[in-house]
Write a protein that binds this ligand. Structure first.
Ligand code: NAP
Length: 230
């Protein structure tokens, strides 16, 4: 039985966190659609069975985003610009303007819940990461727009600010989820961030809040739902 009735657009589905979002949606039997820059990469990652679920495009282009949003009830955005490659668009174009564009168009097309994977430390302007195109500040501006648009009645959002991302399977650690912008450092697996994003769809305690997320001690978990209320 699925706990979320509707289809979820995964923006950035071929990224390292986005691919885990797809796997966790599959595991929770939630319907999904993929918004990706490369169809070949998506087919390689997920197999030919996802061909009907693909929209190819960039978060820079409204028409491509609109095509991806058809028949979508919720969005999970796992997009992040490549800040170390000078040939890539800057964080102002992806992490700020791209996220704002996606959030606005999604709301216009009837999306009710928007989940944004952002980053720990977005409020710390002097953080060393910010020397890369003000990436943290750009992410904060993207967040602000999601909060503004989806705080209105009838809509909801969840913003996740993970610590340093690592790889490995999900549900192997206890979690520390905070809403007070107090956590300065820590790490978390991409797979657990993906799981938190997916379960936020059907967890009321996760709605209309911004969470900092890091992992605690190693300890197998059957669910991460409880951490949204602790
Ligand atoms: N690295 C960390 O330690 C860390 C810590 C906290 C938060 N974060 C944030 O967490 C999120 C996920 O991180 P990650 O490591 O999973 O990132 P990732 O593997 O680099 O994936 C980023 C995704 O964004 C997509 N993308 C980039 N530009 C795009 C555009 N113009 N249009 C559409 N899609 C675009 C990429 O597409 P392609 O697959 O085609 O490249 C990729 O799928 C990012 O926002 C990141 O900034 C990272």
């Amino acid at each position: 039985m699925t706990l979320f009735n509707g289809a979820v657009l995964v923006a950035g589905a071929t990224g390292r966190t986005g691919a885990w979002v797809v796997k966790r949606l599959q595991s929770h039997q939630i319907d999904y659609h993929l918004f990706v820059r490369s169809g070949a990469k998506a087919l390689e990652l997920f197999g030919p069975e996802i061909i009907d679920k693909l929209t190819i495009g960039s978060i820079e282009h409204p028409e491509e985003i609109r095509a991806g949003l058809r028949h979508t009830d919720a969005v999970i955005c796992a997009i992040g610009g490549n800040v170390t490659d000078p040939a890539s668009p800057p964080p102002s174009a992806i992490d700020r303007d791209g996220v704002k564009r996606l959030a606005k168009l999604a709301k216009e097309q009837g999306v009710r819940h928007f989940v944004l994977i952002s980053s720990l430390a977005v409020t710390r302007a002097n953080h060393p990461l910010n020397k890369y195109g003000q990436v943290l500040t750009m992410k904060l501006e993207g967040e602000n727009e999601v909060r503004r648009l989806y705080s209105e009645p009838g809509f909801s959002y969840t913003i996740l600010r993970p610590g340093g991302l690592t790889d490995g399977p999900p549900l192997m650690h206890s979690m520390i989820f905070d809403t007070g912008d107090r956590i300065e450092t820590g790490a978390i697996r991409r797979s657990d961030v993906a799981e938190a994003a997916v379960i936020s769809l059907f967890t009321p305690e996760a709605h209309n809040l911004t969470f900092e997320l890091i992992e605690g001690e190693e300890s197998p978990q059957s669910s991460l739902v409880q951490f949204f209320s602790t």
